[in-house]
Design a protein around this ligand. Structure first.
Ligand code: GLC
Length: 592
């Protein structure tokens, strides 16, 4: 996919002219992003709402492209209503299309970022972003909360898989291609990108999601700010504030980080959006929290339900002089400028756009690209007796909880916020088992490996590892609370963690049992691990002839079978260190 002409040139005069026509109520409305379940088109018109989002898994109707187009068309039309006291400004709709447009049934599900980090191929990232942009536009949506530019430092973090690497330089190499792939589609085919989460999301103590990142400013800049520079240079139009704290102070209220550094020193000229109700972590008094957040430099507020209360409080704060009018004008000017630069002010209604066409979502070319990415993401960690590649004539036993489970191979933020189980929600893809069946007619499935028989099987492929998770529910930690320093006065997000150990045999003991059962029958084992992060697999390694890290490959599981059977070589390398035995396989490690 070649990058199309860049976004619409900036037109500050047009933006200022539009701003000059707005009342305070209309300006405040532009600063509000409400979740789709909490607002109707009529309310969009009445309150001049600037944006709506789908939280993870929040989908209209039967969750088909036509339902999304109809929903977006209704919201857009409401925002463009003419009449007394009305200034038509098109609403912008945002989603978490972070590894494809994966809220929508039938979308291409690309590997999560940790696997893309293993490919070490920035050009592939730009192609994936462009394909994702086309699938987003096919549903009438204009904005994705991607790329995540987190630089993960602790695999206990539940969002490790959303990070490309623990190396800021590798993440930085991916930032600009990703932004270009999304945004540079020209006035009709550009999608607004969102670099997130500013700043230090991947560096919290013990990997606690939304926790406290304790670092000197020099280290915060070297590790966590580095990837934002190329994103800003590439023209990223939005940045999302992070839930975490820096040295005990929440990013959502951090004027120095949001205004002085991001907008000032780094020259970011788009707009900053808060994360999901992230304002509320600043103070028990919502009005105080909103004032702190907006005065610190957040321009648009992402709100799950209470958007009317936010509007009331914002109006009161401005009228009382606790939020200067100049700050409101700056925020709204940025929002209008982004809409203008992405071509939204001149874009026709969603139902009439040439980009909103059937057949783009899950298109064969996109699935082929995803399959290519899966192949390039696989990392061969152990390879004894040169058992790989397998011959098509090999008599293969396939086992393991994750062998025939497209939901598990996709991970979180897929159809549902916490992902799905089984195959039926991942429409159009292939499980790893289905991919193996396409490679050889001699394949037999046995979930727990109990059918293993050395007289009938030359080799067993056992697919092990994690079930899907997202955010704090993927954390590995001993307790159930968000880390100290990351919660507002008295409130902690009670998200049950994934587990208490990074040892796979403790998290998923059935994996080792299956491997041992098969090996004890004299059948050599090739283990394939589905996971969002490195896990300790010393016990499993002791019983396998080969071990492959497949990360979260997404809908095209056949890409795994391609490499196991030699259709493509192993080329992936570790995007972050993988502890094993008394040592560690370093970033960049990968057998050929
Ligand atoms: C979540 C995540 C953020 C996502 C947003 C909207 O809490 O922190 O990455 O974009 O909410 O779903």
């Amino acid at each position: 996919m070649t990058a199309l002409p860049s976004q619409t040139p900036a037109d500050p005069a047009a933006v200022d002219q539009l701003l000059s026509r707005l009342s305070l109520e209309q300006k405040i409305g532009q600063m509000i992003q409400a979740e789709r379940m909490a607002i109707t088109p009529d309310e969009v018109a009445e309150y001049h709402i600037g944006s709506i989002l789908s939280g993870g898994g929040s989908a209209p109707g039967a969750n088909q492209p036509a339902d999304w187009i109809a929903m977006n068309d209704a919201y857009w039309a409401a925002s463009m209503r003419e009449g007394p006291g009305r200034v038509p400004i098109p609403l912008v709709y945002g989603v978490d299309a972070i590894h494809g447009h994966t809220n929508v049934l039938g979308a291409t599900v690309f590997p999560h970022n940790i696997g893309l980090g293993a490919t070490n191929d920035p050009s592939l990232i730009e192609r994936i972003a462009r394909a994702t942009a086309l699938e987003i536009l096919a549903t009438g949506v204009d904005w994705t909360f991607a790329p995540t530019l987190a630089v993960v430092q602790d695999p206990r973090w539940g969002r490790t898989y959303e990070s490309f690497s623990d190396d800021p330089a590798l993440v930085a190499r991916y930032a600009a291609p990703y932004v270009r792939g999304l945004q540079d589609g020209g006035s009709d085919a550009g999608v607004i990108a969102c670099a997130k989460h500013w700043v230090g999301d991947g560096g919290t103590t013990d990997g606690n999601d939304q926790g406290n990142t304790v670092l000197s400013e020099a280290e915060l800049e070297r590790v966590h700010m580095t990837p934002y520079r190329p994103a800003i240079e590439a023209g990223v139009l939005t940045v999302m504030a992070s839930f975490n704290s820096w040295n005990g102070e929440k990013c959502h209220g951090h004027r120095y980080l949001l205004t002085d550094v991001l907008k000032g020193r780094l020259g970011f000229d788009g707009f900053i959006i808060s994360d999901w109700d992230g304002v509320e972590y600043l103070d028990e008094d919502l009005g105080v929290a909103i004032e702190r957040c907006v005065n610190a430099g957040v321009d648009m507020l992402m709100i799950s339900v209470e958007w009317k209360r936010y509007i009331e409080l914002l109006l009161a704060s401005v009228r009382a002089g606790r939020i200067p009018m100049a700050r409101i004008d700056d925020a709204v000017r940025r929002i209008l400028s982004v809409k203008q630069r992405c071509g939204l002010l001149s874009r026709v209604r969603p139902a009439e756009r040439t980009t909103a066409t059937p057949g783009v979502l899950g298109a064969p070319a996109h699935r082929a690209l995803a399959r290519e990415a899966v192949r390039a993401s696989l990392v061969l960690l152990q390879h004894d007796k040169q058992i790989l590649p397998l011959a098509p004539s090999a008599r293969v036993l396939v086992a393991g909880r994750n062998a025939d489970n497209r939901g598990h191979q996709c991970g979180g933020f897929t159809v549902a916020w916490q992902g799905t189980n089984g195959n039926d929600q991942i429409i159009g893809g292939t499980s790893i088992w289905e991919g193996i069946q396409a490679q050889t007619p001699h394949a037999e499935f046995s979930l727990d490996g109990d059918a293993a028989d050395a007289t009938r099987h030359d080799v067993a492929i056992v697919v092990i590892g994690e079930r899907p998770y997202a955010e704090g529910m993927g954390d590995i930690r001993p307790d159930r609370k968000v880390a100290p320093g990351s919660s507002p006065a008295g409130r902690t997000a009670q998200l049950a963690p994934y587990g208490q150990s990074l040892v796979n045999a403790e998290l998923h003991p059935d994996d080792l049992a299956t491997i041992q059962r098969i090996q004890a029958r004299g059948v050599p084992v090739v283990a394939v691990m589905i996971s969002g992060r490195p896990l300790r697999v010393d016990a499993e390694l002791a019983h396998t002839a080969a071990f492959v890290a497949a990360w979260l490959p997404g809908s095209e599981g056949q890409g795994v079978a391609d490499v196991l059977f030699g259709a493509a070589p192993f080329s992936g390398t570790l995007p972050m260190p993988w502890p094993h035995g008394d040592g560690v396989w370093p970033r960049g490690y990968g057998l050929r």
